[in-house]
Design a protein around this ligand. Structure first.
Ligand SMILES: Nc1nc2c(ncn2[C@@H]2O[C@H](COP(=O)(O)OP(=O)(O)OP(=O)(O)O)[C@@H](O)[C@H]2O)c(=O)[nH]1
Length: 258
């Protein structure tokens, strides 16, 4: 299996936000969220996933999207936005290693705040003969509506959800080189290497011990993020139906420790 990740970095964005003087915050928020929406549309329509992370930098799973697709994305952003984007592509068995490679490509071309560095397109997409299978794990808080949304004010609910996200993202990053992203509501999507049910159970137990939030997870695989993520959603439905905390949409091809 190999995950192809693309780091999307807005070129020279920091200086732009204060030139000629600080821009209205809600105008920046509008631009950032519209750019994210357009990236989600463009990448999603080609089977990929994109996560907003810090908005000035975003991370996409781009298995199945080649250099021409990446170039078209840059052109489309340049034609419609007051900013441009640089793209670094990396491929590896673990998502963290793929992101390292993607990041090195962009960093080698110059600083994020170098006005001479624009529209870098670096790194090689997966070859046609590579095994492009990727794994997506879709985590969800158990009964977030009953425990939080219907009981607490929105900010206090948000604190519980964000704590579980912080705990899970660090654990998955350190233990497995997996990258986890909050995607709204009580949902966290992780891009993962091939892990066992025991690995996922350990992650869920860690979060419960650490911050007292109970999670469940559906895991899918596919040659695009959409295929893997959609399978993960079905597996999550199986958790709901079976009352379990880990379900795969496919037989596990792992070490058999579970
Ligand atoms: N991004 C994303 N958000 C979702 C999805 N499904 C639900 N949500 C969000 O999660 C919130 C809670 O929904 P659920 O997870 O179904 O509700 P719950 O109360 O936790 O119930 P159980 O998950 O069945 O334990 C919703 O208000 C949505 O914001 C999804 O597939 N993707």
């Amino acid at each position: 299996m190999t995950t192809q990740l693309t780091l999307i970095q807005i070129d020279n964005y920091g200086p732009w936000t204060i030139t000629p003087e600080p821009r209205r915050e809600m105008d920046l928020q509008t631009m950032q969220s519209r750019l994210f929406a357009d990236l989600a549309q463009f990448i999603g329509s080609r089977g990929g996933y994109v996560f907003f992370s810090r908005f000035d930098n975003m991370i996409a799973v781009t298995n199945g999207i080649g250099r021409a697709g990446h170039k078209a994305l840059q052109e489309s952003v340049r034609n419609r936005y007051p900013v441009t984007v640089s793209l670094g592509i990396g491929t590896a068995e673990t998502p963290a290693a793929a992101l390292d490679e993607a990041t090195e490509q962009i960093q080698a071309a110059g600083s994020a705040q170098d006005e001479g560095r624009t529209e870098v397109l670096a790194g090689e997409p997966l070859g046609a003969d590579a095994d492009a299978t990727t794994h997506i794990a879709h985590f969800d808080v158990n009964d977030a509506t009953g425990k939080y949304t219907d009981q607490l004010n929105e900010f206090d609910s948000f604190i519980h959800i964000e704590r579980s996200y912080a705990s899970l993202m660090e654990y998955m990053r350190e233990a497995h080189g997996a990258l986890s992203f909050f995607v709204g509501g009580d949902n966290i999507i992780a891009v993962c290497p091939d892990l066992s049910a025991a690995d996922y159970r350990d992650a869920i137990n860690h979060v419960e011990r650490d911050v007292g939030v109970e999670l469940k997870v559906g895991v899918g695989r596919g040659t695009t993020a959409h295929d893997a993520g959609y399978a993960a959603k079905h597996a999550l439905e199986d958790c709901r139906y079976e009352g379990t905390i880990v379900e795969f949409d496919h037989p596990q091809a792992t070490t058999g420790d579970d």
